[in-house]
Design a protein around this ligand. Structure first.
Ligand code: FE2
Length: 278
């Protein structure tokens, strides 16, 4: 991919790093807990770090203060720690879970939250984030079937980051889907599975087609992304290869029906239909 990082992006990376380092270094219990997670399952560990970074970016987008960002990052780092109590064979099972196995998996948000809260290791906000990260905006999630703003905002943020990272990652039961397809899936489920306001903030921070990436278009042309619009991350401006023109999928009405169909580097990992298990 392009590898061009602007000074604003670098500033945002620096802010993110400082926040992450502060959270992890301030609390040795949290460090021990996330290392337990690494021993248990490498994927869950990397997944938790990734969810923490993305949740932090969204929290910063909402202008949370330092203390709130710390609480949010802590929740994200520990959101799946309850999985440690679940046999690893269930977590990494390549085929569909039986209803009994799924019932066991569904216990992980509460198991973790209650343990951490009971031992006074995390704040009430962090606890609410962990317990609620599998709730859905329309009330069809677990463990409590809460809906809308009855779900803690941390949990609503983590739900988006959790699904984004899970679906873009390689799992024993699913190949990774390209980021733009996962963003489309998330946008399509805004207002049902996810909080629309959170999805909007998330999209501002995640660019599926970074400047410099080689993309294919639905009109058969190929091009290089030259500009991104944070409010429309799936519709960048593209310089067409072999032509002296660029097309702006966001601003130019003549390209209204054209979409980006893929990134060239991702040719060999085509995605199966999106499966929401995460
Ligand atoms: Fe989870």
């Amino acid at each position: 991919m392009g590898g061009h990082i602007t000074s604003e992006q670098m500033e945002s990376i620096n802010d993110t790093t400082i926040n992450l380092v502060e959270t992890v270094s301030a609390d040795k219990d949290i460090m021990v807990n996330i290392l337990d997670l690494k021993m248990y399952d490498d994927y869950t560990y990397h997944h938790s770090l990734s969810v923490a970074v993305m949740s932090l970016a969204v929290g910063m987008e909402f202008g949370f203060d330092k203390n709130t960002l710390n609480e949010l990052v802590t929740a994200a780092l520990l959101h799946d720690i309850g999985k440690i109590a679940i046999p690893i064979t269930i977590i990494n099972k390549p085929s569909r879970l039986t209803p009994e196995e799924f019932e066991i998996v569904k216990k992980h948000p509460i198991a973790a939250g209650v343990h951490l809260r009971k031992n006074n290791l995390v704040s009430q906000n962090t606890f609410m984030g962990i317990v609620g990260h599998h709730e859905k905006w329309n009330g069809t999630g677990y463990p409590n079937g809460l809906d809308g703003k009855n779900i803690h905002m941390f949990a609503r943020i983590m739900a988006v980051a959790d699904v984004f990272d899970a679906l873009t990652s390689h799992r024993p039961y699913r190949k990774p889907a390209p980021a733009h397809e996962v963003l489309e899936y998330i946008m399509a489920n805004a207002g049902t599975h996810f909080d629309e306001e959170i999805v909007r903030a998330f999209l501002k921070r995640v660019a599926p087609f970074p400047v410099g990436s080689h993309v294919r278009l639905s009109n058969g042309k190929r091009g290089i992304v030259i500009r991104n619009y944070p409010e429309q991350p799936l519709r960048p401006q593209i310089a067409i290869i072999g032509e002296d023109t660029s097309c702006d999928l966001f601003k130019d009405p003549q390209y209204l029906n054209v979409i980006v169909t893929g990134i060239d580097e991702l040719d060999n990992i085509s995605a199966p239909p999106v499966n929401s298990r995460s």
